[in-house]
Write a protein that binds this ligand. Structure first.
Ligand SMILES: [Mg+2]
Length: 249
């Protein structure tokens, strides 16, 4: 008797090493648009991009701005923060082409992703994806990393017009997966938007807290509160089957 009948995955920085892909994309745009920024500064570029301090991507996931608009504003903010020239409307399109080409070329699955998906499917669980990007974009990402056949993209931010942490997207993903929310785990790399939001929606929340720099600081008190609320914490996807009570057969 397992605790769950199905597992829903976040995609970026959970199944796919998006942090590394952003690093590749930002190195590509920096070479052309921030030529005075040396390679030693590229980690700072990546940290600034991922932090998204002004919350533009979060506004997109709430349906308050478009995908292209949020990226355009973030690109201009990055130029300003690192002493580059404004891109302007025409310049942004060229910037984005360089960014997107470098980003997509670097998409790859985390080394632990394929094995855990096969382990879950082998245990008879249903598996799918719920992401805060669009269905088409994430489907192409799953295809690129070879997970499209095993992890169907079920719900994106464009499915209902809002994204996580809205509970409706978790419930819609369960409906499409064919499992009851209280018999479904949601696995993601963000404590609040993924694991805690999943718990709030009635699912089992699992936080993947991999070693290395976090996207945003996570106070110890927040982790303790999440654990108290029922969130399970793993350091890699390899720990997931045990965290879900699955034993090797
Ligand atoms: Mg993520």
């Amino acid at each position: 008797m397992t605790a769950v009948d199905g597992v829903l995955f976040d995609i970026d920085d959970t199944l796919v090493d998006t942090r590394a892909a952003f690093g590749a994309a930002l190195a590509a745009v920096a070479e052309r648009y921030l030529p005075h920024v040396g390679a030693d500064q590229h980690p700072a570029l990546l940290a600034t991009w991922r932090a998204d301090a002004n919350g533009h991507y979060a506004r997109y996931t709430r349906g308050e701005t478009g995908y292209a608009d949020q990226r355009r504003v973030r690109a201009e903010e990055l130029q300003e923060a690192f002493g580059g020239a404004p891109l302007g409307a025409d310049g942004y399109d060229a910037w984005n082409a360089v960014f997107e080409e470098g980003f997509a070329r670097a998409w790859s699955a985390h080394p632990d992703a394929h094995d855990v998906v096969h382990a879950l499917l082998g245990s008879g669980l249903a598996v799918g994806a719920l992401s805060n990007a669009s269905v088409a974009y994430q489907t192409s990402k799953l295809e690129r990393v070879g997970l499209d056949a095993t992890v169907p993209m079920l719900v994106g931010v464009d499915t209902l017009g809002v994204g996580k942490p809205d509970p409706r997207v978790f419930l819609e993903a369960c409906r499409r997966l064919g499992t009851e929310p209280d018999r479904t785990a949601y696995v993601g790399d963000e404590l609040d938007v993924d694991a805690r939001a999943a718990v709030a929606a009635g699912l089992l929340g699992v936080w993947v807290d991999r070693p290395g720099p976090r996207r945003v600081p996570v106070p110890d008190d927040d982790v303790a509160a999440a654990r108290a609320a029922g969130v399970r914490v793993v350091a890699s996807l390899a720990e997931l089957p045990a965290a879900l009570g699955l034993t090797a057969s």
